[in-house]
Design a protein around this ligand. Sequence first.
Ligand SMILES: [Ca+2]
Ligand SMILES: [Ca+2]
Length: 194
Amino acid sequence: MKNIIIITFAALSIILSSGCKKKKTTETVDPCANTVCLNGGTCNDGSCACPLGFSGADCGTQKTPTVIVTSIKVTNFPGLDGTSTWDAITATNPDLLAVFKKVSTGATILTTGVSTDATVGTPYILSGVTPTVISDFTTLYTLELWDKDTGISAPDDLMGSVTFYIYTSTNKFPSTLTVTSGSVTFEVSLTYTF
Ligand SMILES: [Ca+2]
Ligand SMILES: [Ca+2]
């Protein structure tokens, strides 16, 4: 009888200790050890929780947004019209305004207000830009920079223009799009909705 009790106890100990071992092994496995979450996604119990704008098992897919233009800034422009001042009669600096257009149709999307007598090297946030929704990303857009002229100097002088795509499916939703051509540079502020 004593022997049976001892054997049973020993068997029980083995079962308990092996059971314990198994449980311990399970607990040490990190379910996120082999999970890669892109674009700022975070792993939660082996699955990726994706930030706004991204989807897919690894957050590697960019959702198609609606783009909203909120601000247009001119950060560079040519100081002279050839060898003359932009307003040659009064020998003064240009009066900046921008026109935002769709290239394919030439349709004007918005026209900004005027920053008068602008100094080269100074950035100008152009007035009159109300939040403007863009949802066609297959087409080119252009920003034209004009010197506003009146009186005998009119019509306005085209100072330069930049052509660009406003969105690409891998661009990670920049809040500022910097576009340049020649001496003209714009910074376009963008927000996104999904
Ligand atoms: Ca002029
Ligand atoms: Ca002018």
